[in-house]
Design a protein. Sequence first.
Length: 161
Amino acid sequence: MSGVPFRIGQGIDVHRFGPGDHVVLCGVHIPHEQGIIAHSDGDVALHALADAMLGALALGDIGQHFPDQDERWRGADSRMLLRHVWSMVESRGWKVGNADLTILAEYPRISPWLEPMKQNLAQDLQISTEEVSVKATTTEHLGFVGRREGIAVWASVLLYR
Ligand code: MG
């Protein structure tokens, strides 16, 4: 590994809407007329962020570390998954500098929930809420997000030592 004391990572995740009455984003349960189809709780935001952290250290992806076939992760709280990835980062001598997430969703409305999302992330990554950014946008009715078929999240993270 080079001596550069910074590592940058990015992650993307997409999940499809299905039957249900809420979605979970950054650990926040948001009442909704649909749910998310997933093996775990379907927290697409935390999956993107966990992938960004793994990517920063070239440790593969969450599909490798938390396989869909693994019964331990059925319906799992994705905050457990994120904290597990955080501990992998920490044990290698790295800390999270900041994280920036963009949620692409035509609905439900995300903005009322951004603050509790940031608080959950700050808690799980052991940083302050000033080092966490969660943003949301629609896609102007374009593409699968615009057709209300699902939610996509882009995440970037900076690690330092
Ligand atoms: Mg996922």
